[in-house]
Ligand binder design. Structure first.
Ligand SMILES: Cc1ncc(COP(=O)(O)O)c(C=O)c1O
Length: 458
């Protein structure tokens, strides 16, 4: 039987909504009957070929460009750290939509503001002022400075996604290079092995991974790859030709690998020497996930960047991105240099404004650090019980990686079929990026499911 929802029981309306949603699928009534007899051995066995989930997917999949390989469940509802699929299976969500829903699913105030602002004004275009684009920009600058992050944060460009934020950051670096060296010799953009900066052509050109780049070659010219955490290589890598350097303080997709403080300090010093723009991509690791507003918040001032990019948790699921710049960069960007139709719309900015307030709350951030310890204690137990499998625990706060010696695919499936959603990263890394409001009890429950899942795959 499916695990039932204890927090807010599926009301009749919800169940009807779920079934109605599936009613486009063929043979639904037969399929619904079959779910009642699902495997009793596992709480959430993946929906089978004759399930309502499969019927729905079969009806839709042919119309969707096949860019993702998805597991069988179809999610219809979320609350806090929990998701429900159309067959009323309940899952503990340690993925938060890949580090997005930091306040959890269905936060009441977020939802209220969304509705209120949608009724008031959603979009009028960047051709005009509105109250929220500027309010978000001001708040981001103030909170960045007061949180110990980028001390000279000055202005913000608001966009719609992480890739777009990095795209803008790279363009700002190129423009800065043009002003610093009008002869046009300052155009190189440096990024690092293991990095992930997005899928648009500029962001992709900074993501030196053949898996992502090869199908779309040639890349944008002028992108140079360096070795992550290689202090010795910085001098030859970052030169007078460099206009910008982009780096994740903690690589997410790359396997939850933190940049060493000495590396970032050396990188920042070298950028200042050659007047290159230093960009910290905090799209995954920022916004409170490490227990401070920005992952770079604990670094000495001389390791602070000229630009920070944000997205993901900035919108808790609503698409929004932001590029925070200092005056070295901001002074060089003029009217007409860059733009966006949707970016900075009043709805996205009203929501992001609320999220920046919530995610910069010291109480929430202290909770992140405490919850991180609960995960780490659990991971230590797993490492002890499965020494051949678990080799290392990485990351900070609630962006954590468990390095395994094998492909985690079977464990991810076994966890899902026991009611826990986890994702992977890098090479054989299990990645944990739950909502920041996940409770201690939920962490304990999830870790127990993970342990059972690992044991079942041995
Ligand atoms: C560090 C980092 N940068 C950029 C991106 C791209 O963001 P988006 O998918 O919103 O374009 C991601 C997405 O995973 C990311 O983790």
């Amino acid at each position: 039987m499916a695990m039932r929802l204890p927090v807010r029981p599926f009301t009749l309306t919800t169940r009807i909504r779920a079934v109605r949603f599936t009613s486009t699928a063929s043979n639904l009534s037969d399929a619904v009957k079959k779910t009642i007899t699902r495997d009793a051995g596992l709480p959430n066995p993946d929906p089978g070929a004759d399930s309502p989930s499969a019927a729905l997917v079969n009806d839709h999949a042919a119309y969707m460009v096949a860019t993702y390989a998805r597991p069988p469940p179809v999610f219809v509802q979320g609350e806090g750290s929990w998701l429900w699929d159309i067959e009323n299976r309940k899952y503990l969500d340690f993925t938060a939509g890949i580090a997005v829903t930091s306040l959890g699913h269905g936060d009441a105030e977020f939802t209220r503001l969304l509705t209120q602002q949608a009724k008031t004004l959603m979009h009028a275009s960047n051709l005009y002022y509105n109250p929220w684009t500027g309010a978000l920009s001001k708040l981001l600058v103030e909170k960045t400075r007061s949180s110990g992050g980028m001390h000279d944060a000055a202005r913000v460009f608001v966009c719609n996604s992480g890739s777009e934020a990095n795209e803008a950051a790279v363009k700002f670096a190129r423009k800065t290079g043009k002003v610093v060296d009008p002869a046009g010799g300052k155009t190189d953009v440096v990024s690092f092995s293991g990095a992930f900066h997005g899928r648009t052509m500029g962001a992709l050109s900074a993501t030196h991974n053949p898996k992502y780049q090869e199908p779309f070659a040639p890349m944008v010219p002028g992108f140079v790859e360096g070795r992550f955490n290689d202090v010795g290589g910085i001098r030859d890598l970052v030169t007078e030709r460099t206009c910008g350097v982009i780096v994740e303080p903690i690589q997410g997709e790359g396997g939850v690998v933190a940049a060493e403080e000495g590396f970032l300090v050396a990188l920042a010093r070298r950028c200042r020497e050659v007047r290159a723009v230093l960009i910290y991509d905090e799209i995954q690791c920022g916004m409170g996930r490490t227990g401070s507003l920005w992952a770079h918040g604990g670094l000495p001032r001389d390791a602070h960047p000229d630009v920070v990019t944000s997205a993901k948790a900035l919108g808790n699921g609503f698409p929004v991105g932001a590029v925070v710049v200092n005056d070295f960069v901001g002074d060089k960007i003029n009217v007409g240099d860059h733009g966006t139709t949707f970016g900075g719309n009043p709805l996205a900015c009203r929501l992001a404004h609320y999220l920046v307030e919530r995610l910069s709350d010291p109480v929430l951030q202290q909770g992140v650090l405490e919850k991180s310890e609960l995960f780490r204690d659990g991971f230590a137990r797993l490492k002890k019980r499965f020494p051949q499998l678990v080799t290392e625990v990485r990351g900070r706060g609630l962006i954590l990686g468990l390095q395994l010696t094998e492909d985690p695919g079977a464990i991810v499936k076994a966890a899902r079929e026991r009611g826990l959603l986890v994702i992977t990263a890098g090479t054989n890394t299990l990645r944990f990026v739950p909502s920041l409001v996940v409770t201690g009890e939920e962490i304990a429950q999830g870790l127990q499911i993970l342990e059972d899942a690992i044991a079942a795959t041995r």
